[in-house]
Design a protein around this ligand. Structure first.
Ligand code: HEC
Ligand code: HEC
Length: 343
């Protein structure tokens, strides 16, 4: 399979071979079977890179003269960033950037090990290095719900310098690709969340996607992160990781509906959370129901509904997905068709 789920193989062949029809959604039985997940690979950069390189090649000559000046500027920035990093970040992320600062022992999740060159929160596809703007966003708001604090009060100049210094911990990864601006904006469809009736209709559709795209396998029918595959998941930093509880009023990426949408569309790199965007966009040719990314916003509406219900704003307008309603075969069939369209 040649897509970002490569290490997150939808359990199929073994399952079909071993199981009889009409098997009900049985927790023990399906555990770790429907999806076999390890953290997604970080390579796959080569293709994406080639595209970017080709696109920038034409502009290269014009930039040649200013390159010398820029490289001096960059060295200065890195020196400034080093100071900022050592005072503000090394306590958790370590002087060497390996995530092993003195504070790290007590923390879960662990501070990021920057030497691996893998980052979770970005607007670029899985496997690519985050743009400066993506990192700046992380610094401005922190990683919500974790010990990673917000540095909103630190000047932008210093933050950008710290970012340049952080890059020196994984020089190879950044040498290959170093983007300034966040890319691929996902505009919220107009009116989508405006009126209650519309919102509930979208959220109801989102609930169906939540089953059909196999979210329940990890996040559970409850969407509290207790699906049959939730146990034993590991991330790229060899740490245990649990699927998000989607009833909380935030995701790690942030508080907005756009943050939810991005985490579904681009996935969470370095974790088993798949990037649905690339698979679904590719399958869009064949399946008109997923064109224009409406499913992303419907899923986001469902997650917003769950939050609102948790806060007491709704009560049973959309019933919970019943345990046992979906057989693994059904989930396999519904997710599988989009994956197969990629192959
Ligand atoms: C109190 C501890 C703490 C401090 C101080 C701290 N961080 Fe973090 N940082 C974390 C933790 C924990 C995570 C991992 C969150 C996760 O994996 O969900 C993290 C993650 C990150 C990430 C990764 C985001 C991604 O997309 O994967 C970046 C970048 C980052 N920190 C930069 C910094 C910088 C720069 C500073 C200093 C200005 C800093 N951190 C200070 C604890 C800290
Ligand atoms: C193979 C397991 C798996 C599947 C399938 C899966 N997720 Fe996740 N998901 C995870 C894990 C693990 C995390 C936690 C990532 C982290 O904390 O860094 C997560 C996190 C999330 C987040 C929060 C991201 C953030 O910024 O904190 C959202 C939203 C989400 N998943 C939605 C979905 C939806 C919607 C689907 C189905 C379309 C889905 N997930 C399918 C494993 C999965």
């Amino acid at each position: 399979m040649n897509h970002p789920f490569k290490n997150c193989i939808v359990f199929k062949h073994k399952f079909l071979r071993n199981q009889k029809k009409n098997l009900k959604y049985d927790k023990d039985h399906v555990t770790k079977k429907l999806f076999y997940c390890t953290a997604p690979p970080t390579m796959k950069k080569s293709n994406i890179l080639m595209t970017i390189l080709l696109a920038t090649l034409g502009a290269a000559t014009a930039f040649a003269q200013s390159r010398f000046v820029e490289s001096i500027k960059k060295q200065e920035m890195i020196q400034m960033g080093k100071k900022g990093y050592e005072t503000r970040c090394s306590g958790c992320h370590g002087l060497e950037g390996n995530g092993n600062g003195p504070g790290a022992k007590m923390l879960f999740p662990k501070p990021r090990d920057f030497t691996r060159g893998v980052f979770k929160f970005k607007t670029v596809p899985l496997g690519m290095m985050p743009a400066n703007d993506d990192l700046l966003k992380t610094l401005n708001q922190g990683v919500v719900g974790t010990s990673m604090p917000s540095f909103a009060l630190v000047s932008d100049v210093e933050k950008r310098a710290i970012i340049e210094y952080v890059k020196t911990f994984a020089p190879e990864a950044w040498k290959a690709q170093d983007l300034t601006q966040a890319v691929s904006p996902l505009p919220v469809p107009q009116g989508f969340f405006d009126n209650k009736e519309n919102f509930l209709t979208h959220a109801r559709n989102g609930r169906v996607w939540f089953q059909e795209l196999g979210c329940i396998v990890c996040h559970g029918t409850s969407a509290r992160g207790d699906g049959p595959s939730a146990e034993g998941l590991m991330d790229s930093w060899d740490q245990k990781i649990t699927p998000a509880n989607l009833h909380k009023r935030y995701v790690k990426r942030g508080y907005t509906v756009q943050d939810v949408a991005y985490s579904i569309y681009q996935g969470v790199d370095g974790t088993p959370m798949p990037a649905y965007g690339s698979v679904m966009d590719a399958a869009g040719e064949k399946y008109p129901e997923i064109k224009e990314k409406k499913y992303i916003w419907e899923l986001a509406a469902y997650i917003l509904y769950l939050r609102a219900e948790e806060a007491g704003l709704y009560n049973g307008e959309i019933p919970a997905i019943p345990e046992g309603k979906i057989s693994p075969e059904e989930v396999q069939k519904t997710v599988g068709k989009y994956f197969e369209a990629n192959n």
